[in-house]
Design a protein around this ligand. Structure first.
Ligand SMILES: Cc1cc2nc3c(=O)[nH]c(=O)nc-3n(C[C@H](O)[C@H](O)[C@H](O)COP(=O)(O)O)c2cc1C
Length: 198
């Protein structure tokens, strides 16, 4: 029988096994209007209502931009955008604050805030920064109130169509930390207990 192994907490544990996460691109602008994108997998809804949060660090431009402008966008990327998402984590050029690779990204403007989305994603959230909680070690939790949200028609759930077919036609990207990914075409209905309450 397989043994259960105790992990050494003197190092972060998250490299020692795989877990499933989404992958989103957080879009911000600095005070000069220079746009930035960064991939985040530690990202999720903050509860059942329209709040969103992700883990960042004060040394990242994303964090500094949100402190300065108080807004950010979230683009949920498709499996076809894996490479672009990864390139958004490219290091900055010396003597240049910018990630030059971002100039190659096709983007479009948010409707309510001064920020951009990555073209061809499937969910687009516009967020007003809400609470920022620092000191999870070097990391911080950045949360936002969603003030506008759009979904590409091909990923929108409707009562007329089957959910399994929707995922099959518009597959989802799963980020498997550390540094693997999977494309999800196939899914099953989750077996909920009778009379479950949220
Ligand atoms: C697949 C992937 C997932 C990542 N997830 C996170 C994350 O959840 N939180 C985080 O702080 N950094 C994460 N990073 C690292 C940042 O995206 C990266 O350091 C980025 O360049 C920071 O950009 P910025 O300085 O423009 O904010 C991730 C990188 C990759 C490649």
């Amino acid at each position: 029988m397989a043994q259960i192994i105790k992990l050494d907490l003197s190092l972060p544990i998250w490299q020692r096994f795989f877990s499933v996460a989404p992958l989103v691109l957080i879009g911000t602008r600095d005070e000069r209007g220079q746009l930035d994108f960064a991939p985040k997998h530690m990202a999720m809804p903050m509860g059942w209502e329209n709040y969103f949060g992700f883990v960042c660090t004060p040394s990242h431009k994303t964090y500094q931009n949100i402190i300065d402008t108080e807004v950010f966008t979230v683009t949920y990327v498709r499996p076809t955008q894996l490479l672009l998402s990864s390139l958004a984590a490219s290091p900055r050029c010396e003597n240049d604050e910018n990630k030059t690779i971002l100039e190659r990204f096709d983007t479009f403007s948010a409707s309510e805030i001064e920020a951009e989305f990555l073209q061809d994603g499937y969910v687009f959230l516009e967020c007003q920064s809400y609470q920022i909680i620092d000191n999870f070690g070097e990391n911080s939790l950045i949360t936002g109130k969603i003030i506008a949200a759009h979904v590409d028609e091909d990923a929108l759930r409707t009562s007329e169509q089957d959910d399994a077919e929707l995922i099959n036609r518009s597959p989802l990207l799963a980020y498997l930390h550390p540094y693997r990914f999977s494309t999800i075409h196939q899914s099953n209905l989750f077996p909920l207990p009778a009379n479950m309450k949220k």
